[in-house]
Design a protein. Sequence first.
Length: 293
Amino acid sequence: MPPRPARPRRHAVRTTLVALATAAAAALFTAQPAAAADTWTEVGSDRADPLTESQGLTSVEVPANSANRYTGIGTIPVSVSVRGWNHVGDPDASYGGYYVEPYQSDSGTSKMYRVQAPGGAWSEYVHTLGSGEALNNSWVAISPDSQYMLSGEWGTMTRFLVFPTPGANASTSPSANLPQVSTVRLDHAVRDVQGCDFTGPTTLLCSSDDPAGTLFGITKPLLQIDLSAAPGSSDVTGHVTALRQLPLRSSCSGEFETEGIDYDRRNGTLRVIVVSPGFCVLTDSKTYRFTKS
């Protein structure tokens, strides 16, 4: 895999905020037609705050009536960032109330998952990188049974990593390394995935920040991943379909950045953050809402 900076997901947002405030791969695979999968129609949007809503989001079912949660540069606790965990990715929450945020540092040999239990207590789980594993920690997606958690790597990849869900899975402990237990083998390469969320036991929707468009014929695609079985301790395969391009609208021109994704099963709403280019990162970055049609 090509070398990447330790913090690839936030380069557009952070660079802009600092400045303002102070076809070879495609030939190996065949894209599947979007008509074979679900159709997601845009139904609205909300402004995404560049400091606190620019990296990821998740809906929370436990406790009942909880507000949606977001991550961004401004949500990282000082006690976490001073220890080098200075980038937070797209979080997820289990249906039973475990909330997980993925963290990375500029260098090193590990990733960190910060977990809030249903009772409110926080703990940290560290994963030591495996051979060839990328340092970045862009997103997590917790399986509907809450026992396993998927995570991805930046760049052009044909796999997702599978871990026991920290806190929710009884085999995990903050005092022990969080191990990778299996792999999702994708049948089509994906690039720069910024977030995924389960819509069912074996189906994921993912937001890709792919700027090239050579893999599926569109840039910044919404992807559907259909797994051969629910994730667990054994490898499974994943069938990849590009559904549509995510919205790229702004008063400014330049490079957009697709960020985190969330599916709320209670009302069938899909939400995806898209950060605007240039100065407009402050004014018209959006969380777009979709429903299946």
